[in-house]
Design a protein around this ligand. Structure first.
Ligand SMILES: [Zn+2]
Length: 343
């Protein structure tokens, strides 16, 4: 079968290869992949990978959707079922798993990070990491939910839940996670302020009825305070990192919450501890979401409460071009990898 394999660090180490089909351990499911999506963590794996136990070569790709080829009868899955993959293989019996927080599983294995991933024609995975989709589900849309939208879900609803009457600031709203968070917060009835730059993006977000701050032209925190009668935002969603962090802290209301899931521009901003305790701010780390959050996300999507935004689609062989697109400033939303057509 074909697969996008990371053989060594750096862009030159990513190649389309012919690899053996994986063997399916007893009790597991075999999935024919239909589509997947590109995520920031793919670039991290490609270029660095430190702190993530794995060995090369590694099939890349964290999330995706496919069609069941084989599954144990007790799983309730039968060949031909459409299946969306939860990005984790989790044990199901450690303390975090029993508490329903699978991302913290002591032996969690993330697809495309700790074990072979989804940029390939077949994946084997325990059925507990699969959610069955309706036969007519849009597999392109489903393919982009597993990482970015699941991460966005926990940031918007899992830490300091937003809803009507809350003000949410989303930094760098063009990225996949940030765009998803914007959609979910808007769906929940929150007042959403986004930061972005460039005339196209500003026009896009303004057209969605959002309040938009051009971070290249104005001070983000001052602008948020001006928009909120000096109060600030209840929740700031920031995965930009060092560049936006000080502004994110200053944009918060008293007792406000900052949620981070990434550090694209650097991981060591000033902590501003005095501001943290005087104004009693809370900083949350967040990554992906639980199986229960994933079910709620998939249900909300299948009931048409939001439509994931897909920037561009590429065939499996063009994953390297999709990685390049991920780093372009004009990108907005998710980048899709199409692997096969549904039967
Ligand atoms: Zn576990």
């Amino acid at each position: 079968m074909k697969a996008i394999v990371l053989e060594q660090r750096g862009a030159a180490g990513v190649a389309l290869r012919e690899v053996p089909e994986p063997t399916c351990p007893p009790g597991w499911a075999r999935v024919r992949m239909l589509a997947a999506s590109v995520n920031r963590v793919d670039l991290y794996m490609r270029d660095n990978g430190a702190g993530i136990t794995h060995s090369l070569p590694l099939i890349m790709g964290v999330d995706g959707v496919g069609e069941i080829l084989e599954a144990p009868s007790e799983s309730g899955l039968v060949p031909g079922d459409l299946a969306i993959l939860y990005p984790y293989e989790f044990c199901g019996h450690c303390r975090p798993c029993l508490a329903g927080d699978q991302p913290l599983c002591h032996t969690a294995q993330i697809l495309g990070e700790h074990r072979n991933g989804t940029f390939t024609e077949q994946v084997v995975i325990p059925p507990r990491s699969i959610i069955k989709l309706a036969p007519d589900a849009d597999t392109d849309q489903a393919a982009v939910l597993g990482t970015a939208y699941l991460t966005a879900w926990r940031m918007v609803f899992g830490k300091a839940p937003v809803g009507p009457g809350t003000v949410v600031l989303i930094q760098g709203a063009g990225g996949g996670v940030a765009y998803g968070a914007m959609q979910l917060a808007q769906m929940a009835g929150a007042r959403v302020i986004v930061t972005t730059t460039g005339p196209d993006k500003i026009a896009h977000f303004t057209g969605l009825g959002l309040e938009v701050i051009d971070y290249a032209q104005s001070d983000v925190a001052r602008s948020v305070l001006a928009l909120t009668n000096g109060e600030g935002a209840d929740l700031v969603i920031d995965n930009v990192g060092e560049r936006t962090w000080p502004g994110s802290l200053r944009a918060l209301c008293r007792g406000g919450h900052l949620v981070t899931c990434g550090a694209t521009t650097g991981a060591h901003p000033s902590a501003d501890i005095q501001r943290l305790f005087v104004r009693q701010l809370t900083v949350h780390g967040s990554t992906m979401g639980s199986m229960d959050e994933f079910r709620r996300l998939v249900r909300t999507w299948s009931e048409l409460h939001f439509t994931p935004r897909i920037d561009r689609a590429y065939p499996l062989a063009e994953v390297p071009a999709a990685f390049a697109r991920l780093e372009e400033r004009t990108r907005m939303g998710k980048i899709l990898i199409r692997i096969a057509h549904p039967n």
